[in-house]
Design a protein around this ligand. Structure first.
Ligand SMILES: Nc1ncnc2c1ncn2[C@@H]1O[C@H](COP(=O)(O)OP(=O)(O)O)[C@@H](O)[C@H]1O
Ligand SMILES: Nc1ccn([C@@H]2O[C@H](COP(=O)(O)OP(=O)(O)O)[C@@H](O)[C@H]2O)c(=O)n1
Length: 289
């Protein structure tokens, strides 16, 4: 890692460009003083072959130095499991951007299936009917997002009703078997971060880095309530979160649990940046700052 004293903006760019000249790397990780964060948000230094990442949130102690690190983007896998609202998808999206790796949200697959089951008035108690819907699915992975039958489903799969139905359809063995097979295919041969309930315990048992994100049901319900995705009350959301925890943790196949080798992070008293920072420090194998 190279440390450059920040004196003025253009000298800094010159110094960085001089440092990276002719060096072979995939990612340039930059950590700046907080006062400079907007500069790196707005201005990416373009070089002919390198990607520049502004990692402003990675700094603990503010000083006048800019730390730069050259990274080779090898193939590696990161799993993040945990209950609803623990912050998995928010944190994974940020990490995938910072480290320039793919992101697979496995919950969006169960949600998509649930969405179509609800739309087609399928009896969720009937595994065969649910499987029939899944068998007519064409799932593709594009730009770290799932497309079902050619469509990105976006917010349509984020309602509370879809959440509850997803928790139900995900209890079926045949559903899990099929979706896990697709998830493993997507995750193969790339640098990827994947989140879900069984990412570290089942989908990628040999993942390079495993995390279990947690928070109390009350904190998680408050976060979901603040999103205002539909007009459910805080009490309804809290009740449903507890019910879903119960369903996800106690189901027969691939229940939600912490893998023995997963790092446990409780985010009750941590903000999003702190969680991201902690995970990246572990992935980078040392404190990048
Ligand atoms: N550490 C945190 N502090 C405060 N809010 C958070 C934190 N982590 C996530 N959130 C917020 O909580 C909500 C749920 O997070 P999300 O990433 O969707 O959780 P999950 O994918 O685990 O269900 C989002 O609105 C997100 O912005
Ligand atoms: N790998 C996964 C991912 C999700 N799921 C199920 O799908 C539901 C929705 O997952 P999600 O990750 O989108 O849910 P949130 O944590 O975002 O609320 C969960 O309640 C689980 O029951 C699963 O069983 N296995």
């Amino acid at each position: 890692m190279k440390k450059i004293k920040y004196e003025n903006e253009s000298k800094l760019y010159d110094d960085i460009n001089e440092y990276i000249k002719d060096k072979n790397f995939d990612i340039l990780l930059i950590s700046t003083p907080r006062v400079m964060k907007e500069i790196f948000d707005d201005r990416l230094i373009k070089t002919n072959k390198n990607i520049l990442i502004s990692s402003r949130m990675l700094r603990k102690n503010d000083d006048d130095n800019v730390y730069i690190e050259l990274i080779n983007n090898d193939v590696y896998s990161v799993t993040v499991d945990g209950p609803s609202g623990s912050g998995k998808s928010t944190v994974c999206k940020l990490i995938s951007n910072i480290l320039n790796i793919e992101y697979l949200d496995t919950g969006s697959m169960y949600r998509s299936l649930a969405y179509f089951c609800l739309k087609e008035n399928i009896n969720l108690e009937d595994e065969e009917e649910v499987m029939h819907v899944l068998n007519n699915f064409e799932i593709t992975f594009e730009s770290s997002k799932i497309k079902v039958n050619g469509e990105f489903l976006r917010d349509k799969i984020r309602t509370n009703d879809v959440s509850m139905a997803a928790s139900k359809v995900s209890t079926y063995y045949s559903v899990r078997e099929r979706l896990v097979e697709i998830q493993r295919q997507i995750a193969s041969n790339k640098a990827i971060i994947i989140d879900g309930r069984d990412a570290g315990t089942n989908i990628l048992k040999n993942a390079d880095y495993k995390f279990y994100l947690d928070a109390s049901p009350e904190v998680r319900a408050k976060r979901r309530f603040n999103e205002q995705k539909d007009d459910s009350s805080y009490e309804t959301i809290l009740k449903d979160i507890k019910l879903r925890d119960e369903q996800d943790k106690n189901r027969k196949y691939a229940p939600l649990k912490r893998a023995e080798d997963a790092v446990y992070i409780n985010s009750d008293d941590m903000n999003i940046d702190e969680v991201v920072e902690k995970i990246i420090e572990i992935i980078r194998g040392r404190n990048v700052l």
